[in-house]
Ligand binder design. Structure first.
Ligand code: GUN
Length: 281
């Protein structure tokens, strides 16, 4: 049976450490979160982020904008937050309503306040190993959890299923920087199961419930489940068939309680780091 990589427990440790660091700071880190529209899942995420930030002693402001917010309204808010000396970190919750093009607004955020690491300057710096202001929270959390459990990344075959800008692509860069041999598989990959079976470290980030079955997993592989999907009742599922895969893997993350809490912890870590970098003396 696989050992569970307990992201919930580890994220609590990280948050406790951040909290004690913040107690000693005169200028508390501050994060502005922007939510456009009424997406129920996004509302839950944003509430959790705000609650966690406040528990740590951060200043957290959430801007709830209506579904039909215009391009100029959203643009003005971001530009004002860029200029606001009391805002260290800006998070634009995605996805945006259809009439707003995400990338246009991501590029408006000051890279020094881009807590998600989504701005092209930060993505480019990640790509070139040259000090991004922030690194995308979920991939950062995945690598941090792997290290906590002493997973040997260097020289490993890492297979990522999913090529999103938020997870798959930045995770590929992070693992490559740690000397893994990285394969990024996706919906057009032929023989997905066969590709996945090559992995020493298999990471699935698709949002397709139960995609990763036992025939995707090599004996003793490390399996990380980044997927989140919900059924009609709101119950959360990952991409991995935990029941059968946990019998084969050496280490595995649960859903919930795996990468989800690590993502929030990394968001808080990024906010603290941006505030320290931006601090005016
Ligand atoms: N929507 C789902 N995950 C994320 C995230 O990590 N950052 C942002 N900005 N939006 C998201």
């Amino acid at each position: 049976m696989a050992q569970i990589m307990d992201g919930k427990a580890y994220s609590k440790e990280i948050l406790t450490q951040i909290k004690s660091r913040v107690e000693n700071l005169e200028n508390k880190p501050s994060i502005a979160v922007i939510l456009v529209g009424d997406d129920p899942a996004s509302k839950i995420y944003v509430k959790n982020k705000e609650k966690t930030a406040r528990e740590l002693g951060f200043v957290s402001k959430t801007f709830y904008l209506k579904e039909n917010t215009s391009v100029n309204e959203l643009k003005d808010l971001i530009l004002n937050l860029n200029l606001d000396e009391d805002t260290d970190a800006i998070l634009l919750q995605l996805p945006l309503p259809k009439h707003l093009v995400s990338q246009d607004f991501i590029e408006l955020i000051d890279p020094k306040k881009d807590v998600d690491g989504f701005h092209p300057i930060n993505c480019g710096r990640l790509l070139t190993n040259s000090n991004p202001y922030a690194i995308s929270c979920t991939p950062k959390g995945v690598v941090k959890l792997l290290k906590k459990y002493n997973v040997e990344i260097s020289g490993s075959n890492a297979v990522i299923i999913g090529r999103s800008n938020m997870v798959g692509k930045p995770l590929a860069q992070l693992l490559l920087a740690q000397n893994a041999t990285v394969t990024v598989a996706h919906s057009k990959t032929k023989n997905l199961a066969q590709t996945a079976r090559e992995a020493d470290i298999l990471i699935s980030a698709t949002g397709i419930k139960g995609l990763v079955t036992k025939n995707f997993v090599k004996e003793n592989a490390v399996v990380v489940d980044v997927g989140i999907s919900r059924d009609e009742s709101g119950k959360i599922f990952g991409d991995v068939d935990f029941e059968e895969v946990s019998k084969i893997a050496s280490l595995i993350t649960p859903v919930p309680g795996g990468i989800g809490p690590m993502t929030i912890a990394m968001l808080m870590e990024n906010t603290l780091e941006l505030s320290l970098k931006n601090a005016k003396f």
